[in-house]
Design a protein around this ligand. Sequence first.
Ligand SMILES: NC(=O)c1ccc[n+]([C@@H]2O[C@H](COP(=O)([O-])OP(=O)(O)OC[C@H]3O[C@@H](n4cnc5c(N)ncnc54)[C@H](O)[C@@H]3O)[C@@H](O)[C@H]2O)c1
Length: 445
Amino acid sequence: MTQTNVGPSATAVALRQRIEDRTALVGIVGLGYVGLPLALTFAEGSYRVLGFDVDRAKVEALSRGENYIRHLDSSRVPRSSERFSATDDFGRLSEPDVLVICVPTPLTPQREPDMSYVVGTAREVRSRLRKGQLIILESTTYPGTTDELVRGILEGSGLRCGQDFYLAFSPEREDPGNSRFGTATIPKVVGGVDAEGGDLAQAFYDKVIARTVRVSSARTAEATKLVENIFRAVNIALVNELKIVFDRMGIDVWEVLDAASTKPFGFMRFNPGPGWGGHCIPLDPFYLAWKAREYGISPKFIELAGDVNVRMPHYVTEKLQQALNDRSKAVRGSKVLVLGLAYKKDIDDPRESPAFEILELLRHMGASLAYHDPHVPHAPRMRTWPDLPPMSSVPLTAELLSGQDAVVIVTDHSAVDYEFVLRHAPLVVDTRGIYRDKSEKVVKA
Ligand SMILES: NC(=O)c1ccc[n+]([C@@H]2O[C@H](COP(=O)([O-])OP(=O)(O)OC[C@H]3O[C@@H](n4cnc5c(N)ncnc54)[C@H](O)[C@@H]3O)[C@@H](O)[C@H]2O)c1
């Protein structure tokens, strides 16, 4: 009788042992908002961690023990040590037993997945891949990336997935600025391209993450992450559209939402705002839309949510224009202060923030612009808004506020004294529902 060998291979057993006894060297590729907290979580979990990044400035900062992510507790970033170090020497990719890839997945100008970072990293790994390594992709992406694209590149080395090396996908669910949940306490979804890859990846995360959720495949794990973000994108669009409808009807959307939220079941609150922002919600849904077209389907909710959310900065500037008009003023020549540049409260991340689109629209209309953001001292140059001049946050003084024609609240940072703003500014356009009472000075947008 022939016997099939169903147990893990000797290579997998050895790797698992190193994971279990924490002698495995962990490599994190891409030390940004996702990769750095993850690297620190494994270092704090008594693993030796080697971080990789193409950005020399980040590597040097980490070597000095300097933190470059504001919402991250700086005491967590140790000076380069036996436990944690960073490098831009990709020749060392062969050293780690486990390599976790956390590089960006943006969109091209045509709103299609830009896989160049993932592909570039997979090729770097391929040229140093050795037997017994576990590779995990964390970057948000379309279903099939790990077991079609990444696997294909890695197997170009001549090594076989599931025999010589192992491969899995585990989406990051980082919520920057969330004080209740961090990397170690957010349940982690894990799916392997095969059972062995999934088992090893699950064992790996089980050592430092409170709860792992195993799914049947890498594709399922990739789809799970996209569903989470599409759910947010669509609901944000819905509530933004309702805001416009209710505004026309003379109904305050915030009062409606407060009341609707008292329903103890079947309702989940989303708040309207000036649009959508960040590296995830405005981008990730289009990864699925793109892949779905390969299957002859064009998902309508995703496109519709995009249309509504992208229009919101226009709605905000139209409300401002109207309010200035009511005061016999034009946007051209008016002094406008944008309050908050980050895409959401209490973080320093301005990527894809609707604040830039609002600034660009107002610049185009001839407004004289300034911004204040306690978390973003300088506005970085943005690829999407190349005409915006370099700007720095101005101090929020009574003189500054009273000298404006209007203040537009884009981000509701906790560090801002909104009563102070209202006291001194002549007109405030509130996109975040800060001011609930009616006031001559406040326009809700
Ligand atoms: N920021 C979030 O809250 C969040 C949440 C969930 C998922 N994600 C996903 O995680 C991934 C990473 O996002 P992020 O916010 O950490 O991005 P980020 O831009 O903050 O970090 C990416 C890092 O990768 C580095 N990098 C770029 N190319 C590289 C390469 N070839 N090799 C090594 N390093 C390279 C960059 O210098 C940067 O430090 C994306 O796919 C994103 O969609 C992000």
